[in-house]
Design a protein around this ligand. Structure first.
Ligand code: NAD
Length: 541
């Protein structure tokens, strides 16, 4: 069935205006036709958003919470309809579509109800030097936020920016992926039902050019989620106008399995983390490092689970198609490279990559410098590598250029290992749980980008800190006047000595980072077990 939807601008499909078709990736059917918005359309949308921004900011926290609550109600009541659009445009099973919508609604609820607590005005200490001042800070909306989104979680991912930007008092112009324009349009239309007279959330549809136009259109911030390569282009474009950006880019997340882990649970989580959503999850599990003592058993368990699920359109299929046809080539290349360089497919392999679907694939003995380990594959494939211990697992995880999420299965050492992993988020004894906890910041380091969505950090991301001081009484020692006397300068010096003079003695710092010291201690304790003598203690302080 072909449906025609319009974005909330004067641009309508048909006539001379270029259009784009959204395609069901499982069937190849056209499911919608959408305008390709050009530079002038995007600028007009931003101008409308700016005209509504003052009204929205002026509504205050209570008014905005009320609107966002109503919007949440509309989305929830029409959930089945939204899930259907997601299913049609991405091909993912309805259950998966519902899961991402459920998490997005939860974030919307949290952002609306916590904005005042996180962003509202609060008094802070003025310190001793300016004790006559009342000091306060609050977080003001930026104005208009441009959100550029991907197709893999077309509701959950952009809502991580949209909900928080709106709750912070901004209006939003959203450019959804060219693969999921119908989902973006649905979201904007549903908010328009609650607030028909103001442009709180508008959608501009189109290809990369439309996104590039949004970067140039004078928005106050761009929240980009997508590939690292596009993130760099977005950042370069925004640099021209000093427009701030938050970049949520790709990942190559690792799962670490310790020798004392619950292997059944670890294998179950690894299978879901690697194969759900056809592996098209930014924080999905793409590589696994397993302690050598439990490696073989883990591979057996993971293989069992991989064989138990399949990709397809039948009712039993837990995995949908690859949403973006071009990604099939990437998956094919990575699997072929891994196998050509000595890797083995325990499940799946070259023949698992079809025209639209990829069957679960478990690869072992893959060299660490093969593309299947270093680059984002974004398909239902996973590499598993045997490691000597968790120190080696941490080292290999941190050797990658991405740093989005990670997961650890272990009985005892979760927090310690989590701290050593150079990733923005870590789940212990589960996978990707951090994404569903609204109070936690979401984002990465390295090639996975920077800035944070979700939680208090996510609210602040769409604001600027506003600092205010108010003189409460005439200061006996006025520092900000040309009338300051040499005697007063000498009083300042005396005060300074009293306040900070004692800090001359250097604190005793460990000569090596604490984690290294702890690691050494553990190693030595292990080596010298049974002969614990004073001399076996490391000299580190
Ligand atoms: P993509 O980079 O191809 O496209 C993302 C968006 O950017 C699309 O809307 C696209 O039209 C737009 N775009 C393309 N060129 C542009 C340009 N020059 N200027 C401005 N906008 C432009 O990514 P994708 O294929 O849609 O999504 C998959 C990627 O997204 C994966 O790498 C995945 O890891 C990543 N992702 C990251 C997160 C996260 O939170 N870190 C979440 C989901 C997806």
């Amino acid at each position: 069935m072909t449906t025609t939807t319009t974005a909330p601008s004067d641009a309508a499909p048909g006539g001379d205006r270029p259009t784009l078709e959204s395609i069901n990736p499982a069937t190849g059917d056209v499911v919608g036709v959408h305008p390709v918005h050009e530079e002038a359309d995007v600028r007009a949308a931003v101008a409308r958003a700016r005209a509504s921004a003052e009204w929205w900011a002026g509504l205050g926290f209570d008014g905005r919470r009320e609107v966002l609550t109503q919007w949440r109600g509309v989305i929830t009541r029409r959930l089945a309809q939204l899930c259907d659009v997601v299913h049609q445009e991405t091909g993912k099973p309805h259950g998966d579509a519902q899961l991402e919508c459920a998490l997005a609604i939860d974030h919307l609820a949290w952002a609306g109800s916590h904005a005042e607590k996180v962003l509202g005005r609060r008094r802070v200490s003025p310190g001793l030097m300016l004790a006559n001042q009342a000091a306060s800070v609050e977080y003001r909306p930026l104005g208009v936020v441009g959100v550029i989104g991907p197709w893999n979680y077309p509701v959950f991912t952009p809502m991580g920016s949209i909900a928080y930007a709106l709750a912070a008092g901004n209006t939003v112009v959203f450019k959804p992926s060219e693969l999921t324009p119908g989902v973006g349009t649905w979201l904007a239309d549903s908010l328009r039902e609650v607030v028909p007279d103001h442009d709180l959330l508008q959608v501009v549809t189109g290809y990369g050019e439309t996104g590039a136009a949004l970067c140039r259109a004078g928005v106050d911030k761009v929240a980009f989620t997508g590939s690292t390569a596009t993130g760099k282009r977005v950042m370069a474009a925004c640099a021209e106008t000093l427009t701030p950006v938050v970049i949520e880019a790709g990942g190559k997340d690792a799962l670490l399995v310790d020798e004392d882990a619950d292997l059944e649970a670890a294998a179950d989580a690894a299978a879901w983390g690697a194969f759900a959503n056809a592996g098209q999850t930014c924080a999905g599990v793409e590589r696994v490092y397993v302690h050598e003592r439990v490696h073989d058993r883990f591979v057996e368990l993971l293989a069992e689970r991989a064989r138990a699920v399949h990709a397809g359109t039948d009712v039993d299929a837990k995995i949908g198609p690859m949403t973006m046809p071009g990604q099939l080539d990437v998956v094919r290349r990575h699997v072929a490279d891994a196998l050509a360089r000595g890797g083995r497919a325990v499940v799946g392999g070259n023949e698992a990559v079809g025209d639209r679907f990829v069957q679960p694939t478990v690869l072992v003995d893959v060299p660490e410098d093969s593309e299947a380990v270093t680059e984002e594959t974004f398909g239902p494939t996973v590499t598993v590598r045997r490691v000597r211990d968790m120190d080696e697992a941490v080292e290999l995880t941190n050797a990658g250029k991405y740093g989005l999420g990670s997961a650890i299965f272990t009985a005892k050492r979760g927090e310690d290992l989590a701290r050593r992993l150079r990733t923005g988020m870590t789940s212990i004894n589960s996978v990707i749980s951090f994404a569903g906890v609204p109070t936690l910041p979401f984002g990465g380091v390295g090639d996975s980008g920077f800035g944070r969505i979700h939680g208090p950090d996510g609210l602040r991301e769409f604001t600027y800190a506003k600092a205010v001081t108010r003189t409460r009484f005439k200061a006996p020692l006025n520092l900000t006047t040309f009338d300051r006397t040499p005697e007063q300068d000498s009083t300042v010096a005396t005060l300074l000595l009293a306040l900070h003079g004692h800090a001359t003695q250097l604190p005793k710092l460990p000569r090596r980072p604490l984690e290294t010291i702890r690691g050494r201690r553990r190693e030595q304790a292990g080596a010298g077990r049974g002969q614990a003598t004073r001399s076996s203690q490391p000299a580190a302080r």
